[in-house]
Write a protein that binds this ligand. Structure first.
Ligand code: FES
Length: 146
């Protein structure tokens, strides 16, 4: 049911932990399943390159695997490039997720966006395409196609 890559990232998640004095921190939850995700970003203020990214979660296995992959994918990218790391891109990189688990991949995407929003607010910058994050993503589950 799960791809080998999903199992690998679930069993050996990359980038678990926190970053002290992070440039941006984002926390989102999904009230429907009760899972919570927090993402920490370390961003170079001059180049806007994401030097490091870590996550902590009270989440299911699919949330762990997608966050592990998402943090790997945004590391070393600029903020603008990281905005292209959607939950769909993360799922593709993991060779797919079962349909009922697609919403779990949104936790990582939304938490990264929330951390970028935090960074943008602190530095009074505007990030193209970034919208104010929701703290509960189950609200926008309804607009997502499964
Ligand atoms: Fe809640 Fe997966 S069931 S994130």
């Amino acid at each position: 049911m799960y791809s080998e890559k999903v199992m690998d990232h679930f069993q050996n998640p990359r980038n678990v932990g926190e970053i002290e004095d992070a440039s941006g921190v984002g926390t989102v939850g999904n009230a429907k399943c009760g899972d919570i995700m927090r993402i920490y970003l370390d961003i170079d203020d001059e180049t806007h390159v994401i030097r490091d990214c870590k996550f902590k979660t009270f989440g299911c296995g699919a949330a762990v695997a997608t966050s592990s992959m998402a943090t790997e994918m945004v590391k070393g990218k600029t903020i603008e490039e990281a905005m292209q790391v959607t939950n769909k891109a993360v799922m593709e990189a993991l060779d797919g997720l079962p349909p009922v688990k697609v919403h779990c991949s949104l936790l990582a995407e939304e938490a990264i966006h929330a951390a970028l929003w935090d960074y943008a607010e602190k530095h009074e910058i505007r990030i193209e395409g970034l919208q104010k994050p929701k703290s509960d993503i189950s609200e926008h589950d309804a607009d997502e196609e499964y």
